[in-house]
Design a protein around this ligand. Structure first.
Ligand SMILES: NC(=O)c1ccc[n+]([C@@H]2O[C@H](COP(=O)([O-])OP(=O)(O)OC[C@H]3O[C@@H](n4cnc5c(N)ncnc54)[C@H](OP(=O)(O)O)[C@@H]3O)[C@@H](O)[C@H]2O)c1
Length: 287
């Protein structure tokens, strides 16, 4: 099978490319400089000449807070451009895999969100991603893979944010303890994506690592794994106003994923250990 990845330099795109290459799959991995997904003529030209079996759209506007003041720009990348990909996927008889997010939900539930639960995004980013889900559904064969709280080597993420604070000598760390979700290590997501595509899945699937936790719990785990001598103080979201409203509860249920693959989600704590040990290996090579 031939895979085409857009946004291939991002966190998910780069780990997916690596996972597919290690399996010996044929991969056309295109970063933004090689394929801007908002460029309709280029999308058509690239996809019709590559003729992939599967297009995985890892390109996105992911700056959640900046999207509030730039909703049209976020919609163009996360919404309208997905329509172009869906059209090209249909012309080439390819399957379109669209990455989406827990931010399509409003967080008012207190039990894990199922794939069929009502969407109701609270932020411009969430609305733009929901537009993307609707656009992806125009591809005759499509898979919408929702995930959350990603961390991986090729992008800014929460682990790096904590590490930056430690580097500045911040103590105690103040971290919100009233938002619940499921952190996910991007190599785990890449494996899950390949597994569900190879299993022939269509429609919506949720993949997130387990278990659920708060950002405070996640921060405590990072500090513990790093052996840092700092304390972590739980605070409320109200104490940390941000431009975009986040869902207070955005735990995604992986029930469909587990049923269709027979595999349980990976542990984010294990992913965190791997992430940190790979980082240490990279740093020591640089010394
Ligand atoms: N990060 C999370 O916590 C999270 C959670 C849930 C779902 N997701 C979803 O997962 C997917 C992958 O996210 P990620 O974390 O890997 O994001 P990322 O690291 O920010 O990667 C996104 C990539 O898309 C590129 N891009 C932006 N505009 C583009 C355009 N017009 N054409 C082509 N490429 C473009 C970016 O390039 P530049 O950096 O050069 O702009 C970047 O390399 C996205 O759909 C995101 O919404 C992410």
């Amino acid at each position: 099978m031939k895979w085409l990845i857009t946004g291939a330099a991002g966190m998910v795109g780069s780990d997916l490319r690596q996972a597919l290459t290690l399996r010996g799959e044929t991969v056309v991995a295109l970063d933004k400089s090689r394929l801007d997904i908002t460029d309709s003529a280029r999308v058509h030209e690239v996809i019709s000449s590559a003729r992939p079996d599967i297009i995985v759209n890892c390109a996105a506007w992911t700056r959640v807070d900046d999207a509030e003041a730039n909703e049209a720009a976020a919609n163009a990348i996360n919404g309208s451009a997905v329509e172009l990909l869906a059209r090209s996927a249909n012309d080439s008889n390819a399957q379109l895999v669209q990455l989406s997010t827990d931010f399509v939900f409003d967080g008012s539930k207190r039990a894990p969100y199922d794939i069929n639960d009502r969407t109701s995004p609270l932020s411009a980013y969430g609305r733009s991603k929901l537009l993307g889900e609707h656009a992806a559904a125009h591809a005759k064969r499509h898979l919408i893979l929702r995930t959350s709280w990603l961390f991986g080597k090729s992008g800014p993420n929460f682990v790096e944010a904590i590490r930056r604070q430690l580097g500045k000598g911040t103590n105690p760390l103040r971290v919100v303890n009233d938002q619940r979700g499921r952190p996910t290590y991007t190599p785990h997501l890449a494996e899950a994506l390949i597994r569900v595509v190879n299993g022939g899945a269509t429609g919506i699937v949720h993949y997130v690592d387990e278990p659920e936790c708060t950002w405070y719990d996640f921060a405590c785990a990072i500090v513990e794994e790093l052996g840092a001598a700092v304390s972590v103080t739980p605070v409320s979201t109200a104490e940390f106003p941000r431009p975009a409203t986040r869902p207070a509860y955005s735990v995604l249920s992986t029930e469909r994923y587990e049923r269709m693959t027979g595999v349980r989600p990976e542990s984010w704590r294990e992913g965190l250990r791997q992430y940190l040990s790979n980082f240490e290996a990279r740093s020591s090579k640089l010394e």
